[in-house]
Design a protein around this ligand. Structure first.
Ligand SMILES: [Zn+2]
Length: 338
């Protein structure tokens, strides 16, 4: 039989894998494609830089993994922005992924409500987010129209929101697993905690579209006793999503389990092909120039209100960089351009 894959080298999975990478893979026998993201220093730089309460940092870490998994699938130059807006103690999460692999993130939250949620042991991601929506925006620059996808947040976590999005908007059977944890490591200056995060995304992309039919994730508002439409899911997809359901958090974050070993553990019986990993790093896109341009776009009155001790101070919400301007610097440029 003519097997087009014969020339592809077959090797054992690497025992260790580098942090801050995205590993794309495919399982041709089951029409599955996916990515495994593993973050060390990149997620640690972002989360350590913010000093958020623990459950907020963990939730933002999950949003970072999800954003990296989705943003790295873009086949063009641009930005992928994931943003939540909801009525829970965490009012907003924003994660920005810029191709080919830089990420930044921040959260807005109500400190008192977070403290109350922690005290009441109600700081699960779904509780922190509450009701609202998750928006995913693709921005290819000023000359291109923006694409935005929206999915409701209904007191459930980001994995659930991602599944809903792919079910309703893209109609691609998708499973996502996200994990975030702190690792305690001793050092010369005593133990410091380091954030680690990881995730796996699996999608079923059969050539025949009718094989991608999916059952509803939950019956919604159907009255009790209603006969639900029973959708027979494709066997290949059932096998794929069942395998992903066996992934433990530790497999996604443990430095001793490489992404390749995880892919192999899940799919070796069917044959899994991995592609070259892509690097990810934490980097903000703010600059003195971009802050100055923003300030110039404000009415003079608003700028006057921002003056404290004779200076305008702007702190970037993503990276905490501080930019200080004399009021005359902005005003002078403003009148010159007018
Ligand atoms: Zn910044």
């Amino acid at each position: 039989m003519n097997n087009p894959n014969l020339s592809i080298p077959v090797r054992a999975p690497a025992q260790t894998g580098p942090d801050d990478t995205i590993l794309p893979f495919e399982v041709n026998a089951l029409d599955l494609r996916g990515r495994i993201v593993r973050l060390g220093p990149a997620v640690d730089a972002i989360l350590s830089g913010h000093d958020y309460p623990l459950p907020v940092a963990k939730l933002l870490g999950e949003a970072i993994v999800l954003t990296v998994m989705l943003g790295s699938a873009l086949k063009f130059e641009g930005r992928f922005i994931l943003q939540t807006q909801s009525d829970g103690p965490v009012r907003m999460l924003v994660v920005d992924f810029t191709s080919p692999g830089t990420v930044r993130a921040c959260a807005r939250f109500d400190a008192e409500r977070i403290a109350a949620a922690i005290a009441a042991d109600a700081a699960a991601p779904g509780h922190l987010l509450g009701q609202g929506h998750l928006a995913m925006t693709i921005d290819q620059g000023p000359d291109m129209s923006r694409y935005q996808g929206l999915v409701p947040l209904e007191g459930k976590d980001l994995e659930h929101a991602a599944h809903e999005y792919f079910l309703r908007s893209e109609q691609i059977p998708t499973r996502v697993r996200l994990a975030v944890a702190e690792e305690f490591r001793g050092g010369e200056n005593g133990a410091r905690r380091h954030w680690r995060a990881g995730g796996i995304l699996l999608q079923f992309l059969p050539k025949a579209a009718e094989r991608a039919r999916q059952a509803d994730l939950d019956p919604g508002d159907a009255p009790p006793g209603t006969e639900l439409d029973v959708v027979a899911e494709d066997d290949a997809w059932v096998e794929g999503r069942s395998l992903v359901a066996t992934v433990d958090d530790i497999e996604l974050i443990d430095p001793a389990t490489s992404s390749e070993r995880l892919a192999y553990r899940l799919f070796h019986e069917r044959g899994v092909r991995v592609f070259r990993t892509a690097p990810v790093h934490a980097q903000c896109s703010c600059s003195r120039q971009s802050v100055e341009t923003m300030l110039q776009s404000f009415p003079q009155e608003d700028r006057d209100d921002m003056v404290e001790n004779g200076k305008i101070t702007v702190t970037c919400e993503f990276c905490s960089s501080t930019y200080v301007f004399g009021p005359e610097e902005i005003a002078a440029t403003d009148s010159a351009s007018a």
